[in-house]
Ligand binder design. Structure first.
Ligand SMILES: *Cc1c(COP(=O)(O)O)cnc(C)c1O
Length: 356
C-alpha cells in the first residue's frame, strides 16, 4: 500500500514487520500488538504533531506523575474487515468524544478530534494486515493518555502522551459468567470518576473481583455506593436485566459509564419491538423476579464481548440461576450489532464508519 505522508502526521514505518511471527489462530485478547503505534506529546501548553512510529517501549522518569497519581484515561474500540477487505469502525466518534470527557475529569488536556480520527485512520491503513478476519475476531484498539510530566508534587502534569496501540484479538466469548452482587466495595460514587474511563477505576475493582473469584464467581455486580440496594454495572460492562419481556438497564450517571454498546443495545432492542426501561433497578426486584420466575436474562454489555450472558448470580450467600430460554434477547441483539460491525447487514442507524 502506498501511503502518502500526511502533512499533519509524521510516519516512520517498521523495517521488518513482525506479522509472520503471529499465530492468528490463537490470538487470545489484547496480547499481541501490531507493528505501529500513534504517539502524540503534549508539552509547552499544546499537543504537538502526532507521529506514527514502530511499536516500542516508553521510557519515563521515576517521578512521572502517571506512576504516583494515576493521571490516565483510556478508550477501547475495534476495527473490523468486511468480506470485501474494507476496514470498518463502529461509532468511533463516540469513543473520541468520550476520551475527552474522561480527560477533562482527570484534568488532562483534551486531544483534538482530528489528531484522534486522522491518526487512527492512517494507523489502521498502515496495519490493515493485522485486522483478523476469522469469525468474531477484530483489531482491538486502545487509545490512551497519561501524565508523563516529572516531579513528585501532587498536581496536574505539564506533559502528557496520547498513544493509540492496536492488538489483533480473537472472539472474546468466555462462556456464561457467574456473578456476585457486591454490597461492601464500590466501583464509583457520586461526584467521583466512575463515568470516566480512568485507569484507577479498574485498579480499584481488582481486589473485590479477586475476592469474588475466590468464592467461585467470575465477576462482580456493582451496586450503588450509598445504599447498595440498586444494581449498577457488571464488572467493566453495563448491565441489562430482562424481567418478563422487558429489558431494563440503569440510567447513566456519575457512577454508571455511558457505554457505546449499552446505547446500541437499547436502540436495537427498541427497533426489535422489545420494551426497554432505563431506570434504577433494585436488587430486591431482581431477587423477587427470580423467585416468581419472571427473571429471564441478565447480561453485560461492552465493546470487548458485545454481550456477556450471565448464567447465575450470588447474593448474600445464596445463588440464583438464570433459566435457559428459547427466544434470547441477548443473543438476538448481539447478532444484530455484530452484523452491522462486520458489514453483513444494512446499517440503518449510521453506526458504521468506513476507513478510506
Ligand atoms: C468501557 C466500559 C463500559 C462499556 O463501554 P463500551 O463503550 O460499550 O465499551 C461499561 N462500563 C465500564 C465501567 C467501562 O469501563
Amino acid at each position: 500500500m502506498n501511503i502518502a505522508v500526511d502533512p499533519m502526521i509524521k510516519i516512520e514505518k517498521v523495517k521488518n514487520s513482525r506479522i509472520n511471527d503471529v499465530d492468528f489462530d490463537n490470538l487470545g485478547f489484547g496480547k499481541v500488538l501490531s507493528d505501529h503505534m500513534l504517539v502524540c506529546d503534549y508539552k509547552y501548553g499544546k499537543w504537538q504533531q502526532p507521529q506514527i512510529v514502530p511499536l516500542q517501549n516508553i521510557s519515563l522518569d521515576p517521578s512521572a506523575k502517571i506512576f504516583h497519581y494515576g493521571q490516565s484515561v483510556f478508550e477501547g474500540m475495534k476495527a473490523y474487515k468486511d468480506n470485501n477487505g474494507q476496514i470498518l469502525l463502529f461509532r468511533p466518534l463516540d469513543n473520541q468524544k468520550r476520551l475527552n470527557i474522561s480527560a477533562k475529569r482527570l484534568a488532562i488536556p483534551e486531544v483534538p478530534e482530528a489528531y484522534f480520527m486522522e491518526g487512527l485512520k492512517i494507523l489502521l491503513k498502515l496495519d490493515s494486515d493485522w485486522i483478523p478476519t476469522a469469525d468474531g475476531s477484530s483489531l482491538y484498539i486502545r487509545p490512551f493518555i497519561f501524565a508523563s510530566g516529572e516531579g513528585f508534587h501532587a498536581s496536574p502534569s505539564d506533559a502528557y502522551k496520547f498513544i493509540i496501540s492496536c492488538s489483533p484479538s480473537g472472539s472474546y466469548f468466555s462462556g456464561k459468567i457467574k456473578v456476585l452482587i457486591e454490597e461492601k466495595y464500590s466501583r464509583s460514587a457520586n461526584g467521583g470518576v466512575g463515568f470516566a474511563k480512568a485507569g484507577g477505576n479498574y485498579a480499584g475493582q481488582f481486589y473485590p473481583t479477586q475476592l469474588a473469584v475466590e468464592k467461585g464467581y467470575q465477576q462482580v455486580i456493582w451496586t450503588d455506593d450509598n445504599t447498595h440496594e440498586y444494581i449498577e454495572e457488571a464488572g467493566a460492562m453495563n448491565i441489562f436485566i430482562r424481567i418478563g419481556d422487558t429489558l431494563i438497564t440503569g440510567p447513566i450517571s456519575d457512577r454508571i459509564l455511558d457505554g457505546i454498546t449499552r446505547k446500541s443495545v437499547i436502540a436495537i432492542a427498541e427497533d426489535e419491538g422489545i420494551k426497554v426501561e432505563v431506570r434504577k433497578i433494585k436488587v430486591k426486584e431482581v431477587i423477587e423476579a427470580s423467585q416468581n420466575e419472571t427473571l429471564k436474562e441478565m447480561f453485560g454489555a461492552g465493546t470487548a464481548a458485545v454481550i456477556s450472558p450471565i448464567s447465575a448470580f450470588g447474593y448474600r450467600d445464596k445463588d440464583y440461576d438464570l433459566p435457559k430460554i428459547e427466544d434470547n434477547y441477548g443473543a438476538r441483539i448481539k447478532k444484530r450489532i455484530t452484523d452491522i460491525q462486520y458489514n453483513r447487514a444494512e446499517d440503518k442507524f449510521g453506526w458504521q464508519y468506513l476507513v478510506e
